[in-house]
Design a protein around this ligand. Structure first.
Ligand code: C2E
Ligand code: CA
Ligand code: CA
Ligand code: CA
Length: 278
């Protein structure tokens, strides 16, 4: 059957409306819960593949659903970005991370980094660089202990804004990681233009270590990172075999359920007393 523009509109409208109502409800709830300080920042350890010592942690947002569970960041981060809420939430994540860096420093974990995910609307904020340096100062953080994680899609969205901001932050000593590497586009040109320290090999290439395409991609990414002088970290390492395989490829670090799941900061401190002698 022939469908003109109007038909399409009528056909899809109810679905769109339902989806929008749901989204608006979620955004309203997120705004309220954020204002009520209900969001939490959890941390997942990152280990050195050779020594198995904790070298860093990634901060990951958790939104309690009020029924004992959590709404996945994969669901609410896009809504926070779309609504602009991510600018304030991201600012809180940044400050919370710097506050935790200060605690880690005071507890003797002076070399443990804290990595923070940054979204594109945060870069569009003209004060972003200032906000980062202010947070570092406010909590007396050595800038090198803070790492910003950027995905390729963030870079592609506003290349010049992102590159300029990262270059400035780099001069302060802040570390920069490219996240989910290999899942986006135009990876190669940005590798050259960004002041990177670390390359995170996406979980999708780490999961399958049987001879095959994803294993070849994992190997190629690790080799590329090493040749560019970057530290490489494998995401989503769940088994001993995966860790051994990534080590064999020359990957430096790993993060995943094999070592630990994301956990509240207090649990992280307990984990560190068992896995990282200061
Ligand atoms: P991501 O940056 O790729 O974070 C890694 C995700 O992989 C986390 O999911 C983590 O819990 C999960 N993960 C870690 N190890 C394993 C493993 O061994 N196996 C499996 N299957 N999964 C593992 P999470 O916490 O659900 O976060 C999802 C995404 O939400 C993150 O992906 C990130 O893009 C975004 N996100 C989380 N927190 C923030 C934040 O503070 N700001 C921004 N902008 N985005 C965030
Ligand atoms: Ca990340
Ligand atoms: Ca990632
Ligand atoms: Ca990923």
């Amino acid at each position: 059957a022939k469908r003109n523009h109007t038909d399409n509109f009528e056909y899809y409208a109810p679905e769109i409306e339902e989806r929008t109502t749901w989204q608006l409800g979620m955004i309203r709830q997120l705004r309220n819960d954020f204002a009520d300080r209900k969001l939490q920042l959890w941390f997942q350890p990152q280990v050195d593949l050779v020594t198995e010592k904790v070298v860093g942690v990634e901060g990951l947002l958790r939104w309690p659903d009020g029924k004992g569970g959590y709404i996945s960041p994969a669901v609410f981060i896009p809504l926070a970005e779309y609504s602009g809420l991510i600018v304030d939430i991201g600012q809180w994540v940044l400050e919370e991370s710097c506050r935790r860096i200060q605690s880690l420093q005071q507890s003797g974990y002076v070399d443990v980094r804290v990595a923070v995910n940054i979204s594109i609307p945060q870069f569009r904020d003209r004060c972003f660089v200032q906000k980062v340096t202010d947070a570092l100062k406010r909590f007396s953080c050595p800038p090198g202990r803070l790492e910003l994680e950027i995905t390729e899609s963030v870079v592609m969205d506003e290349p010049q804004i992102v590159i300029d901001a990262l270059n400035t932050l780099k001069t302060y000593g802040v570390a920069i990681a490219i996240d989910d590497f290999g899942t986006g586009f135009s990876s190669m040109s940005y590798l050259q233009r960004l002041p990177l320290d670390r390359l995170k090999v996406d979980r999708s290439f780490v999961g399958d270590i049987t001879p095959g395409k994803s294993a070849v991609i994992a190997e190629t990414i690790v080799t590329l990172g090493n040749k560019l002088g970057l530290c490489t970290i494998a995401e989503g390492v769940e088994t001993r075999e995966q860790a051994q395989y990534m080590t064999k490829l020359g990957c430096d670090e790993a993060q995943g359920y094999l070592y630990a799941r994301p956990m509240p900061f207090d649990d992280l401190m307990t984990y560190l007393t068992e896995h990282h002698q200061p």
